[in-house]
Design a protein around this ligand. Structure first.
Ligand SMILES: [Zn+2]
Ligand SMILES: [Zn+2]
Length: 122
């Protein structure tokens, strides 16, 4: 299975191989600030994410153990990467085809905004 995605302007593009998890939706306040809402992501191995274009890719260290990848040209929030761990989380909205993805888990639900409904877990 090859999965492809990109930012809104196309200066960051990537493919994901392997078998990433289903969608994990993070409701933490940091994700809400970075994404403007809760953050649905698939969880891949870092080594399975290959950049086909990374001109706009910029990293922001959001905590001691994670950094966020975004496009510095269009502002699309794309990745959460473990700094020492093996995982790379990819924002589902950046994927070209989102039809097969289902939300399997909500995390940091206690920080969820009161203005939206929790997505159901498949
Ligand atoms: Zn962009
Ligand atoms: Zn989060």
């Amino acid at each position: 299975m090859e999965i492809t995605g990109k930012c809104a302007c196309g200066q960051v593009a990537f493919s994901v191989t392997g078998t990433p998890s289903g969608v994990v939706s993070c409701h933490c306040k940091t994700c809400q600030r970075l994404h403007g809402n809760y953050n649905p992501m698939i969880v891949a191995e870092k080594t399975d994410v290959v950049f086909t274009k990374e001109d706009g890719l910029t990293w922001y260290e959001s905590s001691a153990d994670a950094r966020r990848g975004f496009c510095s040209h269009c502002g699309s929030a794309l990745f959460k990467q473990q700094i020492t761990g093996p995982k790379m989380l990819v924002a589902v909205g950046s994927l070209d085809d989102t039809s097969m993805w289902k939300n399997i888990k909500n995390v940091f639900a206690e920080e969820a905004g009161g203005y939206y409904l929790m997505p159901p877990q498949a």
